[in-house]
Design a protein around this ligand. Structure first.
Ligand code: DX5
Ligand code: ZN
Length: 226
C-alpha cells in the first residue's frame, strides 16, 4: 500500500453555499486530505448541484487537492474544463462512458489522476480490463444524486472484490467510498480495503465539523489480507 493512512474527503455538496468560504476554510484547517467536489448535470442523475464557476471559486481558496466526481453524461466534453477549474483527481462514471479506456487516457494526459465511479448496481468485475489504468475507483454506497442517503450494506463485498481484482496488478489503487459514510461504518470499510472516505452530511450536519473530520481520520482498523 503506498498510503499508510486512509484519506478523508469531505463533500462540499453538504456545505452551506451561502457561507462557502467559511466551509472551505474549515476543511483547510481540518485534518481532511481532499475536497470532494460533486458535479451533477440533471441528466445522468436526477439533480443539479453546481458547475465549474463554483469549482473555480473553491479552488481559489482550497489548500488541498480537489477530487472531482463527475455525475454527468458524456464527461469527455468537460475534462479540460474540469482540469482548468482546479481538479487534481477526475472521476467519471463507468455507466456514462462508452469509451472508458480512452477517457481514462485523456484524464491522465491532462496531468490528473484518473478515477472510475461505479453505481450500486454495477459489478466491479466490469473493470477487469482497465484496472491497471485506473488510479482510483469510487464505489457509490448510495445511488448518486443526493447527499444524506442511507448506506447500502452490499458495499463491503464490492470493496473486497475490488481489492482482490486489483491485487498484484494495481496494488496502489485507491478505493474511495461515497455515500452514507459515518463513524459507524468507516472502520469496516477501511478493513475491507477502502482507503479514501467521502463524507458529506455526516461532517456538515455535525455540531463540530472539524472534530468529526478528526474522528474519521483517527479511525483505527486492521487491513484484511486479500
Ligand atoms: C452523492 C454524492 C456524494 C454525497 C455524499 O451523489 O456523490 O458525494 O455528497 O453525501 P453523504 O455523505 O451525505 O451521503
Ligand atoms: Zn461524490
Amino acid at each position: 500500500m503506498p498510503i499508510t493512512k486512509h484519506l478523508i474527503a469531505p463533500s462540499v455538496l453538504a456545505a452551506d453555499f451561502a457561507k462557502l468560504y467559511d466551509d472551505i476554510q474549515m476543511i483547510n484547517n481540518s485534518e481532511a486530505d481532499w475536497f470532494h467536489i460533486d458535479i451533477m448535470d440533471g441528466v445522468f442523475v436526477p439533480n443539479i448541484s453546481f458547475g465549474f464557476p463554483v469549482m473555480q471559486a473553491i479552488a481559489k481558496y482550497a489548500t488541498k487537492p480537489l477530487d472531482v466526481h463527475l455525475m454527468i453524461v458524456d464527461p469527455d466534453r468537460y475534462l479540460k474544463n474540469c482540469k482548468d477549474s482546479g481538479a487534481s483527481m477526475i472521476t467519471v462514471h463507468y455507466e456514462a462512458c462508452t469509451h472508458l479506456h480512452r477517457t481514462l487516457a485523456a484524464i491522465k494526459e491532462l496531468g490528473c489522476k484518473a478515477g472510475v465511479a461505479l453505481n450500486p448496481h454495477t459489478p466491479v468485475s466490469l473493470l477487469a480490463d482497465v484496472i491497471r489504468d485506473i488510479d482510483l475507483v469510487l464505489v457509490m454506497s448510495v445511488n448518486p444524486g443526493f447527499g444524506g442517503q442511507k448506506f447500502i450494506e452490499r458495499t463491503y463485498d464490492k470493496v473486497k472484490a475490488l481489492r482482490a481484482l486489483a491485487a498484484g496488478v494495481n496494488d496502489s489503487l485507491l478505493i474511495e467510498i461515497d455515500g452514507g459514510v459515518t463513524l459507524q461504518n468507516a472502520a469496516s470499510l477501511l478493513q475491507a480495503g477502502a482507503n479514501v472516505l467521502v463524507a458529506g452530511s455526516f461532517v456538515f450536519n455535525a455540531a463540530d465539523s472539524m472534530e468529526t473530520i478528526k474522528k474519521l481520520k483517527a479511525v483505527d482498523y486492521t487491513l484484511r489480507s486479500v
